[in-house]
Write a protein that binds this ligand. Structure first.
Ligand code: PAF
Length: 277
């Protein structure tokens, strides 16, 4: 696996893959890799495909009071994991290469970016869309893989790719989970043992609620019960809501695919999760 930190070298590496007739798949990450990221690499590995992973802790998607400075950075372990997983190229640009002095552009996706995490974390999805647009222009992949755990992020990226004619297939991989159901996340390491054992209430509440809504129970009653069980486990709730799986609009049409989304804080750690209904 080549590790590249300069854009001209990246372009050379990608050109070589293209000369070999390879399809290029991109797995964008912020590092602190876990089994969820490895599942994305595994899914991206297909005959005739070269897998490019990126690691960049993107300052533009962190709010002023968020965890940018303490976000886990594990370059050596991440590089080893990607190599062992069969990744072909690691793109690890320094921040000055991504955002040189004078950088002034922001990509903003209206609608899907606005509610939920977009409301709780102002500017977050502009930061995500901007960096993902840059990564797409740098790597120029045919396919890009994202986890469904960040369901709103996936919807924002799909909208951006459609609106701006990127011509990239966006693939969503189902959320990878611990044995007890907690969604894998780089932020889980912030949880102490007690918080970790209580955090399982999040996937459980969503599972129970999705089942109830699926069999026709009153949505508001089901959501209220989910909120109560999260509060009882010690979560501070940002939202628990049912949305249209594509537009993320609330009060969705029951004839269309729907998704139950939640964000809640356990101690100082903000966890998100979602489930299909
Ligand atoms: O999901 C993430 O890790 C990040 O939001 C992404 C897509 C790599 C953009 O920084």
């Amino acid at each position: 696996m080549q590790t590249i930190r300069q854009l001209d070298l990246l372009r050379g590496g990608i050109a070589e893959f293209r000369e070999q007739g390879a399809t290029i798949a991109l797995v964008p990450t912020m590092g602190a890799l876990h089994a969820g990221h490895m599942a994305l690499i595994e899914a991206a590995k297909r005959p005739g495909t070269r897998v490019v992973a990126s690691i960049f802790v993107n300052p533009k998607q962190f709010g002023p009071n968020e965890d940018l400075s303490r976000y886990p950075r594990k370059e050596t372990a991440d590089t080893r994991m990607l190599k062992e997983a069969g990744c072909d190229l690691l793109w690890m640009p320094p921040v000055e290469a991504m955002y040189p002095d004078g950088f002034s552009t922001s990509v903003s996706v209206a609608g899907v970016s606005e509610g939920l995490d977009g409301a709780a974390r102002p500017g977050h999805f502009d930061g995500v869309a901007t960096v993902v647009a840059k990564l797409f222009n740098q790597v120029r992949p045919d396919i890009a893989w994202f986890g469904e755990k960040d369901f709103q992020q996936l919807a924002v990226i799909r909208r951006m790719v459609a609106d701006l004619d990127f011509g990239i297939d966006i693939m969503g991989l189902p959320t990878q989970r611990e044995d007890d159901g907690l969604a894998l996340s780089s932020r889980n390491i912030y949880l102490d043992d007690d918080q970790r054992s209580r955090a399982v209430a999040l996937p459980r509440a969503l599972g129970v609620a999705a089942k109830g809504i699926g069999k026709g129970d009153d949505v508001e009653t089901v959501l209220a019960a989910a909120r109560d069980s999260l509060a009882a486990a010690g979560f501070e709730i940002d939202y628990v809501t049912l949305v249209d799986a594509e537009t993320l609009k609330e009060v969705p049409d029951p004839e269309r695919p729907r998704r139950l989304l939640a964000a809640a804080r356990m101690g100082g750690t903000r966890l998100i999760d979602n489930i299909a209904v």
